[in-house]
Design a protein around this ligand. Structure first.
Ligand SMILES: [Zn+2]
Ligand SMILES: [Zn+2]
Length: 313
């Protein structure tokens, strides 16, 4: 037990140590490609991406950075990943506790934060040259919000086709470590998700392109529906799916969008409405939709053809 004087001295030192701590910067080490981890602060999104450390410092504006997936615009500081924020808080907390209880100086450096391993898809913004990377696909530049969908939509579909065409290799690799049942479930979900992803890319691409060409924005999710989509394009540009695709391709696209609807909203179970709209003779009411890798490959190629045609408008 010390005197009151000792205690006051300790509190005073502690106060000045805390002030010093407030001036410190915490080093964040970029990944092997020089990228920093970022996370969209919007609750519904929270997607992870990376931005080149130099570009984040020199090009991205402190008052507003964009999410590459949802185009949320918030102050740059809010894009620090939650996991890194937690890591910093816990290091600072233990420095403070050690200082108070054991007199350990706070002047010692806070351990640097390490970025997670690098992502595969690297993108350079065509407009402001910011370098960033994502998993899967990205639509907007984190610094200027430029929409690079013309390039990324095509890349995303090519990746989905590749995944479908390599599905047997993926299956074999998984069978090394998992049971056959587990592998079957995973493979089915990869292929079913690919159907949703294909239609998702088609929807986003169509919407962004349509809105950039039209004076009024398209209705929400209109491009998930082939007929609505076709009408919007014909009214705007005088051409649509009938111009861009063969009759057979158009029928396949219609079938796949309807099957995706069943998978997303009906647990994959065929209902009367589906049978009436598609006239699909390969299913009866109550059966479950089967998605094959070949179907994803076919759908992907139809979407690529559509993207090319829309890019020429
Ligand atoms: Zn976002
Ligand atoms: Zn940019």
């Amino acid at each position: 037990m010390g005197t009151i004087q000792d205690m006051l001295r300790k509190v005073k030192n502690f106060q000045s140590d805390i002030q010093d701590l407030g001036m410190k910067t915490i080093p964040i080490i970029p990944d092997a490609k020089g990228m920093l981890d970022r996370e969209c602060p919007k609750n519904e999104c929270k997607c992870c991406f990376k931005v080149n450390a130099e570009d984040w410092r020199n090009i991205t504006k402190a008052e507003g950075a964009f999410c590459p997936i949802c185009r949320n615009n918030s102050p740059a500081i809010e894009y620090m990943p939650k996991s890194q924020r937690k890591e910093i808080i816990s290091s600072v907390r233990s420095l403070i506790m050690d200082n108070w209880h054991h007199g350990t100086p706070m002047s010692q450096n806070i351990s640097p934060i390490q970025s997670v391993e690098e992502f595969e898809l690297d993108i350079t913004c065509e407009s402001c040259k910011t370098r960033f990377s994502v998993i899967g696909a990205a639509f907007f530049c984190p610094s200027c919000g430029y929409n690079s969908i013309e390039r990324t939509a095509k890349e995303a579909i090519e990746k989905l086709i590749l995944k479908a065409e390599k599905i047997f290799e993926i299956q074999k690799a998984l069978e090394q470590t998992l049971t056959k049942d587990e592998v079957a479930i995973i493979i089915r979900s990869i292929i079913e998700n690919s159907l949703s992803d294909c239609i998702g890319v088609l929807q986003t691409f169509n919407e962004v392109k349509y809105n950039s060409l039209s004076a009024t924005n398209a209705p929400f999710n209109a491009f998930q529906n082939v007929e609505k989509s076709n009408k919007l394009w014909i009214d705007l540009k005088g051409e649509g799916y009938e111009t861009w695709l063969t009759k057979e391709e158009l029928n396949s696209l219609l079938l796949f969008t309807q099957r995706r609807h069943l998978l997303e909203h009906k647990g994959g179970l065929v209902d009367l409405k589906y049978l009436q709209v598609t006239n699909d003779k390969s299913y009866s009411e109550g059966e479950r939709i089967i998605v094959t890798p070949a179907a994803i490959s076919t759908l992907g190629k139809i979407i690529l053809k559509t993207i090319e045609s829309i890019n020429k408008l």
